[in-house]
Design a protein around this ligand. Sequence first.
Ligand code: MRU
Length: 330
Amino acid sequence: MTNITTNITPIIWTGAGLKILDQRRLPVAELYLDCATVDTVAEAIVTLAVRGAPLIGITAAYGLAIAAREACDRGKLEALRQQLYTTRPTAVNLHWALDRGAAMIAALPGATMPELHDALLALARQIHADDAASCLAMARTGAELIPAGARILTHCNTGALATGGIGTALGVIRAAHAQGKVKMVWVDETRPLLQGARLTAWELASDGIPFTLNTDSMAASLMAAGQVDAVIVGADRITRNGDFANKIGTYSLAVLAHAHNIPFYVAAPRSTFDMTLADGAQIPIEFRAANEVTDFPGIAVYNPSFDVTPGRLVTRFVTEEGVLSEPRFS
Ligand code: MRU
């Protein structure tokens, strides 16, 4: 298979700090935020200027390197790490990356703050590069699941804007397209913040991959009309029994796919698997502000950012270690 690449760079380490492509402005404007402090990195994660489970883990890893430059001692460094840790609750990749940082700090008891900065920066670069490699491995194995002439439905944004590489679910779509197998990508708009309509549509248009935008509630009629051959999504946290959290609306897609006998695939790197949790009921779900849903004041709004899909509705998990029927690693 030809090597699949992307020119999209959602974060750039400059030496002085991180440049973060402000995804809130896409696709209208391609503007980078200068984030040279923990406050500005944390703010970018909280406000979804940078988003997507693997990418917030990578961003937080760089943020921890910045923290070692800001902190005068280990106590302050840990406080800044906690600030990053609590930016978003659902995607485990954030906590996975910061836990790796904590383990590195603990393993270097005599290190000065500049030495810790160098070590944490090397770790962030490694996490970033590893994620890019994981994306390619998932794309290669996942594409084998896609039949020729496929019409694939996807939700949210799982591409270069959400990872350190070509994406998880969108990486699989990119690879299947490179093999000439993709007839159409149905892009769920992904209410309320439109990660599908704004971000996935932008990525697919840049790559020349044929796609059609649909509102989330149109998926059922598309499936009933025989217009969907496979559904593929990413994940924010996958538990031991295969239950997983992903962008709100994913659960309804899985139920619909099951009802219409359509394969439902989840593509995610190992950093998304939380083997400490037995099932999806234990996943903390982020609730976000009412003004993401309505501008009208005084209206009670239900706005969970994620839902939990039961593992029994997943046909296969696509990981960098291969295609799995359930979360079991060597
Ligand atoms: O709130 P977001 O935009 O960070 O949510 C992102 C998702 O739900 C993605 O589907 C998930 O993180 C997988 S990204 C490879």
